[in-house]
Design a protein around this ligand. Structure first.
Ligand code: ADP
Ligand code: MG
Length: 699
């Protein structure tokens, strides 16, 4: 039995070293196997032959049978083209070619019956087809023309070297012809049977050459299932290994710091959800195994307090703890609110960011190493190698989606025994994505907001309704509330955006002459930023004009209105994050989405979702459906560590769940995959680890 992956594509008939080089460069296709796993991205049903009189200009493609009734060269130089007419007795099509004219003119014969394929368009009263494909009826090959025709991704470079979609298909056919053995199965027989899957050999044939839709569906199911199954098997296996093997600090007790805080300093009653997740986390941290937990909770659900209380448990057990936040504003804010909440309790808290002065930094470093400092709060600066702890027991990462997986891993290494890790996020990750990217983490959810919060009322309106908005803003300010106005600042159009921001700032200053207006943006010096934030947080200014630097975490409970300018330029989860800056106090809060009149239907949907729901999970699911997981905000940076070849996390949720259940069952019976029946799984995991995916990145 020879392995498909050992057959070099270069030796496939019609390929050779030159094309092989291009395939390698453009699509990383080196072996027969690589080619067979380059799946079509769409199919066109070519079983149907239309009559010309049925054809309408808006059809995506057509296939008709008839003769070329005239051919004519027209124009000169660059405008040169060939036109023709095509008839099947029921009507006439106009044909146009711009390239390869001489060759085509010689090839096309007037008496020949052709199958014509192409995209129609209506022009005046005729139907045109530009560059139609013409195939002689006699040489029409099954299954190429009889069933579903596959279309493959190719690049411009490939097309220039005669490696278009049809050429790829020819190569695939050749592989099946020249590779005589049966393609070895990559899933155990028991799984194939239980899931009633098509075998690999058939699945690969049918994904490229499906005779009809149902067979294609079965082939695609098999391949998607397998792809997701191996991801899940690997994630769950790693997670088992960690739970069994990775020793963790044992935080055996809840001591005096925690108790003192609970009885004297806790400013409010914990919500039931907060109590529950603290319990879950405590259980993990006392188990002797290292904790790796994801804490999800919508904006304003009180994650910071949870983080603080579990840090107190770490300190009660003589360990240090740290919090890493994605922005300086947020780190500073955590530092201030945590220092304040710990008033009267003998715990040392430090703040380390990019703008911490050297003398202060040195002091922090020393205090960290001696163990004098109990809690360190900061930005990415925490990851620096120069930051060394005496004994780091717990790492909290706030707004996880802003950090890469690699950064998370670096914090792990700050201690010989890896610290317990809690990652917190307010951008709820759709379940499917969580199962794939964070599948090895345990998950706690705060599914309850502190009492007395009223859901933010959201409206969508247009830029030219500004005067009405101003009136409303004035009422709110008169009632003692504060206002955010946010402008997009996106790098490519930075200059113009900046202009918009400063113009907006001037406009608002003029519109509200009796109020103080502050402004923050990313280009300001940290000290200026802090001063402006401080002005707003303390209530000295009533309006804060800003960019998205305030997107995550910023907490000014007295602010009750969030105005988002050019809201069409923000993604859903970003809008949701921004909206989360209000509705933090007891007052009714409002979010106003300002856009232009002309909106794409996708943008309209986004605005609608925002006005219809406050539920972050619902929004995340909708976001993924609208944009696809690759684009999902917050996952770009952390990134899917692998590329899915066929499965789609937004659409294949059901298959993903089945794959996960199956992986779970397999590992339950055979945790180390030691049985003979599972040797195929071991082999396949190993192969995938070497070839396609960087598994290590997932954990
Ligand atoms: P997030 O989960 O978005 O990080 P925060 O931790 O910033 O939310 O909390 C939002 C606000 O809710 C803060 O002002 C915090 O003091 C307050 N808060 C947290 N827990 C409670 C609670 N149990 N009861 C009342 N208010 C709370
Ligand atoms: Mg927060």
């Amino acid at each position: 039995m020879s392995d498909l992956s050992t057959h070099n594509i270069m030796y496939l008939p019609g390929v050779g070293p030159k094309k092989a080089e291009i395939l390698k460069k453009e699509l990383k296709i080196v072996s027969f196997e690589d080619l067979l796993y380059h799946f079509p991205y769409r199919y066109v049903d070519r079983s149907r032959i239309f009559q010309i009189r049925e054809i309408k200009g808006d059809m995506p493609y057509i296939q008709v049978k008839g003769k070329v009734t005239s051919l004519r060269m027209v124009g000169e130089g660059r405008g040169k083209r060939m036109t023709g007419t095509f008839s099947d007795g029921t009507g006439i099509l106009e044909l146009v070619w711009f390239k390869g004219l001489k060759y085509l003119k010689e090839q096309i014969k007037p008496d020949e019956t052709y199958i014509l394929f192409g995209k129609p368009s209506r022009f005046n009263n005729t139907i045109n087809v530009v560059h139609p494909e013409l195939d002689k009826e006699q040489t029409r090959k099954v299954p190429f023309f009889a069933g579903l025709q596959p279309f493959y991704n190719t690049t411009e470079k490939m097309k220039n070297s005669y490696l278009g979609s049809r050429a790829i298909f020819k190569m695939v056919q050749n592989v099946f012809q020249s590779y005589n053995s049966v393609i070895p199965e990559t899933l155990p027989a028991a799984i194939i049977e239980r899931m009633k899957l098509m075998n690999l050999n058939q699945a690969l044939r049918n994904i490229h050459m499906p005779p009809e839709a149902d067979t294609l569906r079965k082939a695609s199911f098999r391949l998607k299932f397998e792809e997701l199954f191996y991801i899940q098997l690997n994630i769950l296996r790693l997670r088992n290994q960690r739970t069994f093997n990775q020793k963790g600090h044992v935080f055996a007790k809840v001591g005096s710091f925690f108790n003192q805080f609970y009885s004297q300093n806790l400013p409010f009653e914990l919500t039931n959800a907060q109590k529950r997740v603290i319990k879950e986390i405590r259980r993990d941290m006392g188990s002797g195994h290292q904790m790796n937990r994801l804490l999800q909770g919508d904006v304003g659900s009180g994650k910071t307090l949870v983080a603080l209380m579990i840090m107190l448990i770490a300190i009660d057990n003589n360990y240090q703890a740290c919090i890493m936040a994605p922005t300086e504003i947020l780190a500073t804010q955590h530092f201030e609110s945590i220092s304040q909440m710990l008033e009267g309790i003998n715990i040392q808290v430090g703040l380390l960011t990019g703008s911490t002065k050297k003398t202060q930094r040195d002091k922090l470093h020393t205090a960290l190493q001696t163990g004098e400092l109990n809690i360190l709060i900061g930005t990415h600066a925490l990851i620096e190698d120069t930051v060394r702890f005496h004994n780091l027991g717990l790492v909290v990462i706030d707004e996880q989606h802003r950090f890469g997986v690699a950064q998370r891993a670096r914090l792990w290494k700050k201690n010989l025994t890896p610290p317990h890790v809690l990652v917190m996020t307010a951008t709820p990750i759709p379940r499917t994505l969580a199962m794939t990217t964070y599948g090895d983490l345990d998950v706690s959810v705060i599914d309850e907001l502190p009492p007395g919060r009223k859901p933010v009322e959201t409206t969508h309106t247009y830029h030219n309704k500004r005067l009405g908005i101003n009136k409303f803003v004035k009422q709110q300010i008169d009632a003692g509330r504060q206002i955010y106005v946010v402008y997009p600042l996106i790098e490519e159009s930075e200059k113009m955006d900046f202009q918009n921001l400063t113009d907006g700032f001037e406009y608002i200053r003029e519109a509200f002459p009796n109020n103080k207006v502050s402004m923050v943006h990313g280009k300001m010096k940290p000290t200026e930023k802090d001063a402006a934030m401080q002005e707003f947080a303390s209530g000295k200014s009533q309006i804060l004009v800003s960019t998205t630097v305030i997107e995550v975490g910023v907490n000014v409970p007295n602010a009750s209105v969030m105005i988002i300018e050019s809201a069409e330029r923000f993604g859903l989860s970003q809008l949701h994050q921004l909206r989360g800056r209000v509705g933090r106090g007891a007052d009714q809060s409002y979010c106003i989405l300002m856009t232009g009149y002309k909106l794409s239907s996708e943008t309209r949907q986004r605005m609608e979702i925002m006005t219809n729901t406050n539920d972050g999970f619902e929004i995340a699911e909708a976001d993924m459906k609208l944009r696809g997981p690759g684009d999902l905000e917050g996952t770009q940076q952390s990134g899917l560590p692998f590329e899915l070849k066929i499965a789609n996390l937004a659409k294949d949720t059901r298959i993903l769940q089945m794959a996960r259940n199956m992986a779970h069952d397999v590992l339950k019976e055979d945790p180390l995959l030691e049985t003979q029946a599972n040797s195929i799984l071991r082999r396949q995991l190993k192969k995938l680890a070497q070839q396609k995916m960087n598994w290590a990145m997932i954990s």
